[in-house]
Write a protein of this length. Sequence first.
Length: 601
Amino acid sequence: MQVYEAPLRDMRFVIHELFNNEKYGQDGFGKLEALEEFSPDLVDAILEEAAKVAQEVLLPLNRSGDIEGCTLENGVVRTPKGFKEAYDMFREGGWCALASDPQWGGQGLPEAVNKMTEEMICSANLSFSLYPGLTHGGTTAIEAYASDELKQFYLPRMVSGDWSGTMCLTEPHCGTDLGMLRTKVVPQDDGSYKVSGAKIFISAGEHDLTENIVHLVLARLPDAPAGVKGISLFLVPKYLPKDDGTPGPANGVSVAAIEHKMGLKASATCQLNFDDSIGWLVGRPNKGMEAMFKMMNTERVSVGIQGLGIGEAAYQSAVYYAKERLQGRSLSGVKNPSGPADPIIVHPDVRRMLMTMRAYNEGCRALGAWVSRALDAEKHATDPEVKQGAEDFIALMTPVVKALFTDLGHESANLAVQVYGGHGYIAESGVEQYARDARIAMIYEGTNGIQALDLVGRKMPAHMGRYLRSFFHPVSQFIEATKGDAQFGRMVEALEKAFGALQLSTGTIAQKGMKDPEEAAAAATDYLRLMGLVAMAYCFAKSAMIARDELGSGTEDAAFYKAKLATAQFYFDRILPQATAAFLAIKAGKGSMMALDEAAF
Ligand SMILES: Cc1cc2nc3c(=O)[nH]c(=O)nc-3n(C[C@H](O)[C@H](O)[C@H](O)COP(=O)(O)OP(=O)(O)OC[C@H]3O[C@@H](n4cnc5c(N)ncnc54)[C@H](O)[C@@H]3O)c2cc1C
């Protein structure tokens, strides 16, 4: 059964207690004056309201949306029953505008609040999350690269959610390798362009939720250089708007089909044809990838949050079932004497699965909050050094958040199916939907393999390792400061060992990769996992110390802090050892991976 209650207590912990903690190190980029008006009480109140929207409006539409899916009739795509009403409510409640700049009608909230809200929406209804999610991503590219005229006209309408957005990259013959894309544009005398070509897999490409849709389309100018150096970005509305913003004539964008997919059924994934559609250049000619990356980087962090959202929903649904389902007796003595059997939550193997999911979720939430702090500092810090540090940290962690969170989210969804046994495989249980829905997050916005290549190929060597230092520095400072901790010294030693393995691997990859790029590529996925494991270990060690201090000071919330300690200990006992496996795999190099001739496969 799909049950979900927003984990508000843990969210409050990571937002208010974990970072910028004076005792355990300044890793939160300091206080930001621009966000001081958002007091802890205000932040908590917003999160509580967001929880209501997720639980009461979006969750009830999750399974019905999965069953009904989207439909295409006479070129019109319809979202499942209830989606339009839910979207209107969402838009009118100002939820589309949370993180956007107030100059465009946004609320300018701290990113942590935005990301926690995204997590709740994704837990409740992943398909729904894509409609406002892509729009927000689109606004970031327009804000950074479009002309003032385009910004003034489009941003307020998109930020409010009156109009939605898409990103149109993929074509039938190219997904990862966008250098091959063929969509063409022809410049017009009035400064606009005519865009023609076919795009596939376009999320929210057509739907009935908004009166207009703003497509951001990658295409080639005439005589553009071959490959990615010849790609430009264009803004193409579904309807050409009149001066007052009301929809004018259709703009030659048609839906050839909607995709029939493994999951995410209530999200309309469309094949779109652009036929002499009028568009406007965003950014400079042939620099479209630069502008699109602005959107993609925003979206990559958000896709990571999708993984966390599904992981949390899967965990809660599994806990619910593990307490209800009676099978077998506890090995340590009967726990439910009045019943025919004990609930399966008594069994160590079921506990293993539940604790794994719990630790993944809490670890990812903490790391996500750290990255959110950096996103805020990037925007609002007044000290250029802090700003630079934040930018470096975001650049480094974006592929980690995207790939780690979605891998773990999918693993959690799989574990939830396992906790339900055969019933988990049956649609009525609701948890198989999580496994199907979560799967795509490992693929879109650049597959997780591509994220790992981005980490080792671009982020690791950038500016002689400067991005790495934004992460390594606070971790090593923390280790130095807490090594002798009476209670958690061993935890810190384990963190130090994993961190050492990460540093050693960094050197190995840099060295081997210089001579043979295939060596770096062969190590990439394990390296990304190792970095994610170390980052979560750091967050958990610190969480454990904060929890210990709170318990020592007689907190009224002892149950929460005791659970935090137990989860942190489980992470160190049962999950961090994966770091050794990743380290050994990296050390082994590409040899056996590349040994077979292609013909032998
Ligand atoms: C439901 C859904 C929604 C989507 N939404 C959108 C959207 O809104 N807009 C949009 O433009 N696209 C969208 N996509 C497309 C998505 O982003 C692509 O599917 C994805 O980027 C992968 O491209 P591909 O499918 O062509 O796979 P390919 O590029 O063919 O890759 C196949 C495999 O090869 C690997 N691979 C490829 N090149 C390399 C390399 N150089 N090194 C190592 N491994 C490599 C990949 O990691 C992958 O495992 C969506 C897709 C789906 C299914």
